[in-house]
Design a protein around this ligand. Structure first.
Ligand code: ADP
Ligand code: TZD
Length: 597
């Protein structure tokens, strides 16, 4: 059977099929016919999708083989959740839906966490899962991996579709792509029952059934009066602030966003994945004066950032409110593609609804040449706090305690990232996350990938694989030792595909820290600690990569420099003080604790 969109594809298949792939040889015998397998592959290729992340098994094993034979890059993982995270972050990086392919029931469920996380983070992703026989599933007669996957996926994603007939594959994939990338991006589930794949269709009819999606994420132009309202508010501000979120990073409107910040002269704060949109060393960055600017600002323009828990819901003490739920008195402008986002936590005085590219260019057009910079006392007060905090941090970073702590280890990472601004940085953990975010400056857009809106552990190795595959750049993954454990087996994947990933585990022997003890004095360790002296670097060596144990900043520096230069898969077990770190990092207060009598 022929690939219907790419006449070169069958020729690219090996002349002598490897043993166990006999079906591929039969493909050449009836060139006038195609089937469900090929229509799925052709529909993806037709829409510019060149990479699939997944894990093979019934009923999608052949789909992975045929996709590879047809020239798609198929990256096969050890657990579907990691493949799902990889797909979701590929979506964030490229504005094209990342594809994750799984088997039915358990494989589907393993991928579902990543799909839900993608939806929560506004990352475009399509989870394609094979499913069991519909008739048996619907009568609950006990099929192999039986599960009503479509019903389970629906509440956790932006849209969910099932395709029963090969003729509908084109429509199914077109709808999935549109749903994933248009408007607010998100996760889409596509259910492909086993019976769909072998269905034969005449090649010509198959070709005609496919859809090349035209303008999958149409621009959404903001209303002129909404833009004017926002500019009026901004113009009257005494202490304005711009907040850039990961929606701004996603939008790839980098030059205009920078122009807006620089031409208005307004100080800005980047949310973690918006770091690098402007270099963190930019003089208008107020990141080092965050706790001063949030309560002090009078007008705040949010660009692609939600007022969720990460911004204390726009109220309370963080924003200068008297009590924990009191409004601090700020007026908000919110630039967002979702018309429902405004007023979700506090009043938004000037919503600007549209895609960030169009909104920012409309704002730029509106400010014109004669825009007055913010009052000097506001800028001066910020500069004073920033300089003080930067000097204090420099002092802390310069210390060289033994054992290493987060600061002395991250001082090295900071230098390495500065020397390699194109490298991708993946980051998860609690303290390992918070300290890296504040210490390691980013210089370019979309280089920092982290736990996002949910603060989810487990994104580490999936994100690292996708970052390497999609960008071709070296990847540095800064991991808490607990965080790493969620996806650690994927070091084999990193070695198998020989990806330039340098994993650095900030190893303090436990969740948050490693010095807790069982209060009963019993045999079991505390629920928060791990094996002491664990040799994580040997995991990487087990699969042919480079493993290094580093106990000093100098050892860590050498190992990271070697990893970047050699592009070999590397894992550095950076042993730090097991007493370093606090519970939940900077969000200790979110831990419910019993009221003290
Ligand atoms: P952060 O965690 O960095 O604060 P959020 O994930 O909370 O960012 O917010 C991202 C916001 O960006 C979402 O409200 C989403 O609707 C919006 N968004 C995503 N892509 C675009 C786009 N292309 N144009 C406009 N808004 C976008
Ligand atoms: N499970 C999932 C999926 N996500 C989570 N966020 C958690 C559990 C809870 N959790 C955190 O919020 S951070 C963290 C867990 C288990 C790990 C912290 O330990 P670490 O980092 O070793 O990764 P630090 O640097 O020692 O704090």
């Amino acid at each position: 059977m022929a690939s219907v969109t790419d006449p070169a594809a069958p020729a690219a298949a090996p002349a002598t099929p490897p043993s166990g792939v006999g079906q591929i040889a039969a493909d050449a015998q009836s060139p006038e016919m195609t089937d469900g397998f090929h229509l799925v592959i052709d529909a993806l290729k037709l829409n510019g999708i060149d990479t699939i992340f997944g894990l093979p098994g019934i009923p999608i094993t052949d789909l992975t083989r045929k996709a590879q034979a047809a020239g798609l890059r198929v990256i096969s993982f050890r657990h579907e959740q990691n493949a799902g995270y990889a797909a979701s972050i590929a979506g964030f990086m490229t504005q094209r839906p990342g594809i994750c392919l799984t088997v039915s029931a358990p494989g589907f469920l393993n991928g579902l966490t990543a799909l839900a996380n993608a939806t929560t983070n506004c990352f475009p992703m399509i989870l394609i899962s094979g499913s069991s026989e519909r008739e048996v599933v619907d009568l609950q007669q006990g099929d192999y991996e039986e599960m009503d996957q479509l019903a389970i996926a629906k509440p956790l994603c932006k849209a969910a579709f099932r395709v029963l007939h090969a003729e509908d594959i084109g429509v199914g994939i077109a709808r999935a792509i549109r749903a994933a990338v248009s408007g607010r991006p998100g996760g889409v589930y596509l259910d492909l029952p086993a019976k769909l794949f072998p269905q034969a269709v005449e090649a010509e009819a198959g070709r005609k059934s496919l859809i090349k999606v035209v303008d999958p994420a149409p621009r959404q132009i903001p209303a002129q009066d909404a833009v004017q309202r926002a500019l009026e508010l901004l113009k009257g501000a005494k202490r304005p602030l711009i907040l850039l979120g990961k929606g701004a990073a996603y939008a790839q409107a980098d030059a205009d966003i920078r122009a807006l910040v620089e031409r208005t002269g307004i100080p800005y704060l980047p949310m973690s994945m918006a770091k690098g949109l402007l270099p963190d060393t930019h003089e208008q960055s107020a990141a080092a004066a965050r706790s001063y600017v949030l309560p002090a600002a009078d007008v705040v323009m949010l660009i692609g950032a939600r007022l969720n828990w990460l911004l204390s819901h726009g109220k309370g003490k963080t924003w200068g409110g008297k009590g924990s739920k009191d409004w601090g008195g700020q007026k908000f402008i919110q630039v967002d593609i979702s018309p429902q986002e405004a007023d979700s936590n506090v009043r938004i005085d000037a919503p600007v609804v549209g895609d960030i590219g169009s909104c920012v260019s409309a704002l730029l057009a509106g400010i014109g040449p004669g825009w007055a910079k913010p009052p000097a006392d506001w800028l001066g007060a910020i500069a004073e706090r920033r300089n003080k905090n930067v000097a204090k941090m420099a002092e802390t970073l310069a210390r060289n305690p033994s054992p290493m702590n987060f600061h002395s280890a991250l001082n090295v990472v900071r230098d390495i990232v500065k020397a390699n601004p194109d490298a991708m940085l993946v980051n998860e953990g609690a303290n390992a996350l918070d300290f890296t975010r504040s210490i390691v400056d980013m210089y370019k857009p979309r280089k920092r990938l982290d736990v996002g809106t949910w603060g989810v552990m487990g994104i580490g190795m999936g994100f690292s694989v996708a970052a390497a595959v999609m960008s071709g750049q070296p990847v540095i993954a800064i991991e808490g030792d607990s965080a790493f454990g969620f996806s650690g087996m994927e070091v084999e994947t990193i070695c198998r595909y020989n990806l330039p990933v340098c994993v650095v585990i900030l190893n303090n022997n436990g969740v948050y820290r490693g010095d807790e003890v069982n209060p009963t004095g019993g045999r079991d360790p505390s629920p928060l600690v791990f094996v002491k002296g664990a040799r994580y670097e040997m995991l990487m060596e087990a699969f042919g990569g480079v493993g290094v144990k580093a106990t000093t900043p100098a050892e860590l520096r050498r190992a990271m420099e070697d990893a970047i230069a050699s592009r070999r898969p590397t894992l550095v077990n950076a042993v730090i003080d097991e007493g370093a770190g606090t519970e939940s990092g900077r969000i200790t207060a979110l831990n419910p604790t019993a009221k003290k009598k």
